[in-house]
Design a protein around this ligand. Structure first.
Ligand code: ADP
Ligand code: MG
Length: 682
């Protein structure tokens, strides 16, 4: 690939730039020395003093300066947990919460889960002894339900505030409110970039504490022409760097697990073919679903004379800092959830990143020495095609979940909630309508008994409704399994490149005639019958780790079902009841067969297709329900079951009118002949 260098990102600020720490020096450093080498260290005392003086403090500092790992420890050492209260620190990403807490436990010489712990959805690794608690922002949001004043915390750190996830944005409003009547609670808002002023303003002009960064210049290169296949371009660029550039590790930004696996395989293959002509290249993936022992590997120091290449999702943009990265490869994309309030459809899609993101990514190359960033797009595209900033999640995703949580917290007037940036009015209204249709709100917009029970589950409202509906349809065992499997779904089936045919055949064996939810149920049940065997997974091309996780999730869901007093029952032999229960939750996600094997969504007439991996890909039933939409080349429905349109009137009578559910074939028939009835449909 031909790159052109266009600009140099200067080492910003340049305050006390220290000499580079070499690889071998680094290894000699013990934990204490490493801690002292971080940019935040010289500011320890000033920072503690500022926190003592002010109730709310905004902290701004370059990524990797030690905010997340060090500040909670400083607070602990300064006695902020003496009164038996905890220090909490939120992270937008699961992986970050796990990995950072593991690091801090190591630094403090304690076992993870004791003094230092983490809590993420479906996984609580804390104990009575925990005083430093890392958690996802979603988990803290949930904690408000059981502890509305955050009474067990002395300090709450809303970290990575610049990421502006939906939960973080809502937390801003919640913690600001709490700080007013809990004068003993310290609130820290920590952020990597230039939003500090905005945060300060929101928190009644709270002071900003800036940690000067150390940053070396990064040379930016762009491709001369656009790259058609960016995975391939990544592989070529990695090898180009490896063959021509001095030692130093490479960080590559990809959009998700699948892409990372593909890139990994191709790269491994090419390296193998090159044989011993090149130095050793250590390839390490990092993404949310990667088991934690594998995640930890990215932090292992690179052996001398070898080069490490980390294939990462956005996680490595600001949440995690991998030391010694000198080269960054940035294809310019990220996976994003987008909600269209006009059609009410939420789609997971790969989108171009913003300029702010691109610059964050480039900055990762300049932490320990001058670095290089290779952008796999043209300078023109950067200038003209990328937005300046990423739109905050609250302005682009479905708010059903957030609104349900706020209602459960007793916050009724959402239009006047203290938002840093308010969500679009129509998205808010749509969320209210959706919750009303699900039976979570009454027509005054107040939480119903059903809504209260739904809020107990840390899942989106549609899934919560499905779980609750299983009571009526006497299939709670099955539905809980389906919910657990859906929550790990994309990682259930294993499909290695060299055994695709075997893998696909194995997968087809699980196909259920009525669709994918039921296939997933069969996978889980057969695995149970095999006594949770690894061997069974191996033989059937099923990912053992995902199954184990599904089992954990399932266990927690069963506990929650008991909490809302639903008996665990099973025994339905026909799948109708199970499919009805699913429909009771997901009646928004219905599509009807139209011409050419395409489907149209019922309410908005959008064209969608069944995903080729689906058991129903060749069946093309008239009415289907989908779990989610993904956009690749087209809008695909992933996880699909066949339903009957009349069930919709049964489960969502106030949402569907009989007229909408007539079959199109009937409509086309001349009135005099047409006898509207299901028998005509065939
Ligand atoms: P910030 O929050 O300011 O971005 P961090 O506290 O995350 O900075 O990072 C400080 C240092 O800790 C970095 O050098 C980073 O590489 C290191 N670090 C963080 N997590 C781990 C881990 N799990 N293992 C080893 N080092 C880690
Ligand atoms: Mg951090």
């Amino acid at each position: 690939i031909e790159f052109v260098q266009v600009l140099r990102m200067d080492g910003s600020k340049d305050i006390d730039r220290k000499p580079e720490v070499t690889e071998s020096e680094k290894k000699k450093m013990n934990i204490e020395e490493t801690k002292k080498s971080l940019p935040v260290y010289p500011f320890r005392d000033d920072l503690i003093a500022a926190i003592r003086e002010h109730q709310v403090l905004i902290i701004e500092g370059e990524t990797g300066s030690g905010k997340t790992t060090q500040i909670p420890q400083y607070l602990y050492e300064a006695g902020f947990t003496k009164d038996g209260k905890k220090i909490g620190c939120t992270q937008p990403r699961r992986v970050a919460a796990m990995s950072v807490s593991a690091r801090v436990a190591e630094e403090m010489g304690v076992k993870l889960g004791n003094e230092v712990g983490y809590s993420i959805r479906f996984e609580d690794c804390t104990s009575e002894r925990t005083v430093l608690k890392y958690m996802t922002d979603g988990t803290l949001h949930r904690e408000f339900l059981s502890e509305p004043d955050l009474g067990s915390y002395s300090v709450m750190i809303i970290d990575e505030a610049h990421e502006r996830t939906l939960h973080t944005d809502i937390l801003f409003g919640l913690v600001k409110d709490i700080a007013r009547f809990r004068s003993d609670l310290k609130l820290l808002i920590s952020s990597a970039t230039l939003d500090a002023e905005k945060f300060s303003e929101f928190f009644d002009d709270a002071p900003i504490f800036r940690i000067p960064g150390r940053r070396y210049p990064v040379d930016i290169y762009y491709t001369k022409a656009p790259e058609a296949d960016y995975i391939d371009a990544c592989v070529v660029s990695i090898l180009q760097i490896h063959a021509t550039q001095p030692l130093g590790d490479i960080l590559v930004f990809l959009t998700g697990q699948e892409e990372i696996e593909t890139c990994h395989e191709i790269l491994q293959d090419r390296v193998k073919r090159l044989g011993s002509k090149l130095r050793e290249l250590i390839i390490l993936p990092i993404y949310a679903n990667l088991p934690s022992d594998m995640q930890a590997k990215i932090f292992d120091p690179t052996p001398p004379n070898a080069r490490k290449v980390v294939l990462a999702t956005n996680i490595a943009e600001t949440s995690l800092t991998i030391d010694n990265i000198i080269y960054v490869i940035d294809p310019g994309f990220a996976k994003q959830n987008n909600f269209n309030s006009r059609t009410g459809m939420e789609t997971l899609m790969v989108v171009p990143i913003s300029k702010a993101s691109a610059n964050q990514r480039a900055g990762r190359a300049g932490r320990v020495a001058p670095g290089k960033c290779f952008r796999l797009y043209t300078a023109w595209a950067y200038k003209h095609e990328l937005e300046d900033n990423t739109v905050p999640e609250i302005q682009r995703i479905n708010l059903g979940n957030a609104v349900l949580m706020l209602k459960a917290l007793g916050i009724n007037d959402l239009l006047h909630f203290d938002f840093l940036d308010p969500p679009p009015h129509e998205t808010l209204v749509l969320a209210l309508e959706q919750l009303y249709a699900l039976g979570a709100l009454n027509h005054h917009g107040e939480l119903t008994k059903m809504g209260r029970r739904m809020a107990e589950f840390p899942v989106d409202p549609m899934m919560a409704k499905m779980l609750l509906a299983s009571e009526k349809y006497k299939c709670s065992e099955e539905i809980v399994t389906i919910a657990a499997m859906l929550s790990v779904n994309s990682a259930v089936f294993y499909r290695p490149k060299d055994k695709i045919i075997h893998a696909d055949t194995a997968r087809k064996n699980f196909n259920h005639i009525h669709g994918d939810h039921l296939s997933l149920l069969q996978v889980y049940n057969q695995w149970c019958e095999s006594d949770y065997s690894t061997q069974w997974c191996y033989e059937n091309f099923i990912q053992y780790r995902s199954m184990k996780r599904a089992r954990d999730v399932r266990e927690q869901l069963v506990n929650l079902m008991q909490r809302v007093e639903i008996d665990m029952v099973s025994g339905v032999t026909e799948s109708i009841n199970i499919r009805k229960a699913v429909t009771a939750g997901y009646f928004y996600h219905i599509a009807k067969l139209s011409k050419g094997g395409n489907y149209k969504t019922v309410k908005h007439n959008q064209t969608v297709m069944i995903h080729p991996n689906s058991a129903l890909f060749e069946e093309l039933p008239r009415w289907v329900l989908y779990h989610e939409l993904v956009f690749t080349t087209r809008e695909f429905m992933r996880q699909v079951i066949e339903i009957e349109s009349k069930w919709l009137l049964e489960v969502a009578p106030h949402y569907y009118k009989p007229k909408e559910l007539e079959d199109s074939t009937n409509k086309k028939m001349p009135k005099t002949v047409g006898r509207a009835g299901p028998s005509d449909a065939h």
